[in-house]
Ligand binder design. Structure first.
Ligand code: HEC
Ligand code: HEC
Length: 442
């Protein structure tokens, strides 16, 4: 190249500039809707001021915090720093456009605020991205609980074909192993060269710093009566009583995020699936391969996704079961449910009020609630009070937006069912079989 004639060099340089320009625009267009990385990084530094990460975060029970940290991955500043670098690095993905922070974006409640996520080459998955906030306290990860720890969870999206698309763990290591900065970070954190297992460990350490539990609701629980509005206070009474939310979304000091860590069929998947046909297909697919990676792929890229926990246990009582969601920061993580099918918390309330969607595997705790509009508004107000103070402005903006939407759109409302004037038969919700358009499992 150096010996090329001047004219050719100029030509090549011009082409290089054009290519570089094209690459910059392509990257800008390929953010998949996420805030650019440098802006996300400055936001996270504002949200999480420097602190001693070897100690539990303020307001978190130390015994409970320690319980969720594996002995071989104790919290150190070097591990958190490495995990943070990895979390935001698009180089981990096969086409260089997707990082964890693409779908778990700091500016969008650590989600992507889309019904289902978009990965490399703009491929859409089947599930809604839950937040990475407060995941330190979950007993299993993923909506079907297929990963036993944050460490194991973090390794999967990187090698999922539609998310970050690396072929295997070796390729993940290769993507970063020659970078001297990473070599130094891995040595500092784990005393070893870059490797796939430590990628999972470091990201998990970083995620354990994403603790967002400082909401008006917490101040209310701590005794400050006026920390939440009288309407939200009424919502709290309903949450524990007539609306029955507390039977699954338990909130207590050892489990501050409002999930019982169990799996329930609340009827979300029942709206558009034939569970019997799907279960038969799933058992056939799982006979070929029932490893974690296989389940991960089926869950994100086939209709078998709707079987939820059944894919992990093959237990019929788990058909259509998903892990109870956390309710922290729920105001800033719309849309809702494993398929992102509900736009507003009013939709969620309409769903519960009519007793979910009838199906043979519906959880016994789901039944028509006969809540009035005022009562629905009260529970919604309560949920918006559970958002961390640091997102107060975003929470208010989302509340206003959802309220406006709900004024004209209540697609899940069925007052006759909610008030028990008619009975919920499954046939009412099922589409004719020819319209279901079931996918073939891979
Ligand atoms: C293409 C979008 C996408 C990317 C990239 C992505 N995720 Fe996710 N994430 C999701 C979706 C969708 C789910 C839910 C999947 C499921 O439950 O089956 C999820 C689930 C999770 C969960 C489980 C949360 C819970 O409540 O159980 C964690 C933690 C998480 N992701 C962290 C990460 C990390 C760390 C990375 C980077 C290594 C990452 N994600 C990359 C979309 C994405
Ligand atoms: C029988 C157990 C059960 C009861 C009772 C229950 N929930 Fe849930 N909740 C769940 C499960 C399971 C999910 C996840 C379902 C899914 O993703 O398909 C969920 C999801 C949600 C979500 C969506 C979270 C998200 O990020 O997508 C909200 C909001 C919610 N519940 C609020 C409530 C409220 C309010 C009540 C009371 C009116 C209530 N739940 C009653 C089990 C329950």
């Amino acid at each position: 190249m150096r010996r090329a004639k001047p004219s050719r060099t100029t030509g090549l340089t011009a082409m290089g500039v054009l290519l570089a320009l094209w690459a910059t625009t392509a990257t800008a267009q390929n953010l998949h809707g996420a805030l650019p990385t440098d802006q996300q990084l400055s936001r996270i530094d504002q949200l999480l001021p420097q602190r001693d990460v070897t100690q539990p975060p303020e307001g978190v029970d130390p015994v409970m915090f320690a319980r969720f940290i594996p002995p071989d991955n104790q919290m150190t500043p070097a591990r958190v720093a490495l995990g943070k670098k990895l979390y935001f690095d698009t180089r981990l993905s096969a086409d260089g456009t997707v990082a964890c922070a693409t779908c778990h974006d700091v500016s969008r409640g650590f989600t992507d605020q889309r019904p289902v996520s978009e990965g490399i080459r703009d491929q859409l998955g089947r599930r809604n991205a839950p937040t990475t906030m407060n995941t330190f306290v979950l007993q299993t990860l993923f909506l079907d609980g297929r990963a036993p720890s944050l460490e194991e969870q973090a390794k999967l999206p990187i090698i999922n074909p539609i998310e970050m698309g690396q072929p295997d763990g070796k390729a993940v290591t290769a993507a970063i192993a020659n970078d001297p900065d990473y070599q130094k970070h891995f040595l500092d954190a784990y005393g070893r060269q870059p490797n796939y297992e430590d990628v999972g460990r470091a990201i998990a350490s970083f995620e354990r710093t994403l603790v967002f539990l400082g909401s008006p609701f917490d101040r209310f629980l701590a005794g400050q009566q006026d920390a939440i509005s009288p309407q939200a206070q009424e919502g709290w009474v309903l949450f524990n009583g007539k609306a029955r939310c507390m039977s699954c979304h338990q909130l207590n000091p050892s489990n501050p995020i409002g999930s019982d860590n169990r799996f329930h069929n609340i009827g979300v998947a029942a709206r558009h699936q034939d569970f019997e046909g799907l279960a038969t297909k799933a058992l056939a697919a799982l006979r070929q391969n029932d490893g974690l990676k296989a389940i991960d792929e089926l869950a994100l890229s086939s209709d078998l996704s709707e079987l939820g926990r059944f894919m992990v246990t093959k237990n019929r009582s788990d058909i259509g079961g998903f892990r109870t969601s956390q309710l922290r920061n729920i105001g800033v993580t719309a849309p809702y449910m494993h398929d992102g099918s509900m736009q507003t918390l009013w939709d969620v309330m309409d769903h519960y009020n009519k007793g979910g969607e009838a199906n043979p595997y519906l959880d016994g705790g789901i039944e028509p609630l006969a809540l009035s509009e005022d009562e629905i508004n009260a529970v919604v107000a309560l949920m918006f009070s559970m958002t961390d103070q640091r997102f107060a402005d975003q929470n208010q903006a989302m509340f206003d937006k959802q309220r406006t939407t709900a004024e004209t759109q209540r697609p899940f409302r069925d007052t006759a069912l909610a008030m028990r004037q008619v009975l919920p038969f499954e046939q009412r919700v099922k589409e004719p079989p020819q319209r279901r358009g079931l996918d073939q499992p891979k």
